[in-house]
Design a binder for this molecule. Structure first.
Ligand SMILES: [Cu+2]
Length: 160
């Protein structure tokens, strides 16, 4: 009785999962991409993102952006009381697992900015995965500490 019921409930779910897999190559979810507004004198910036692995293990191989010459994956660590950054060649994103880039640990280093990045702007990032291939995401430039909630999407500044 119970197993009959389960079959009926499960079947449509399986179908919709299969449909989703065919519909989009985005096996990996990318959320909350953001860039702290860099100091105006800075030629570099950092970007943070949260990745959630898809149905299979994957590996983040690198990233790029039109906003900077080079993007490197970095990890900050504390060694002998000093904060140090080291390049990360690649990053495993296991199936269903969450990988958070956050201040003080993993970040993407945007090296040699092509233009100043200001609060409210969007920076497009292209992440390159071993299996999922190239995936685009928009990162929002935010001020640190977080800006007042009042300003909306209308206040974008554009660089000329
Ligand atoms: Cu760095």
């Amino acid at each position: 009785m119970m197993s009959m019921l389960n079959k009926f409930v499960l079947f449509p779910l399986l179908v919709s999962f299969a449909g989703a897999a065919v519909a989009g190559p985005a096996a990996i979810r990318m959320t909350d991409a953001w860039v702290p507004e860099p100091p105006s004198v800075s030629r570099n910036a950092v970007a943070y993102i949260t990745l959630v692995g898809g149905e299979q293990d994957d590996v983040l191989l690198g990233a790029s952006t039109p906003a900077a010459e080079v993007v490197e994956l970095h990890e900050t660590s504390l060694a002998n009381g000093m904060l140090r950054m080291r390049p990360v060649a690649s990053l495993a994103v296991q199936a269903g697992k969450r990988v958070e880039f956050t201040p003080g640990s993993l970040h993407m280093m945007l090296i040699s900015l092509r233009q100043p990045l200001r609060y409210g702007q969007k920076v497009s990032l292209e992440l390159r995965f071993e299996k999922a291939g190239k995936q685009l995401v928009e990162a929002e430039v935010r001020s640190l500490p977080p800006a007042p909630m009042a300003t909306g999407a209308e206040s974008h500044h554009h660089q000329h």
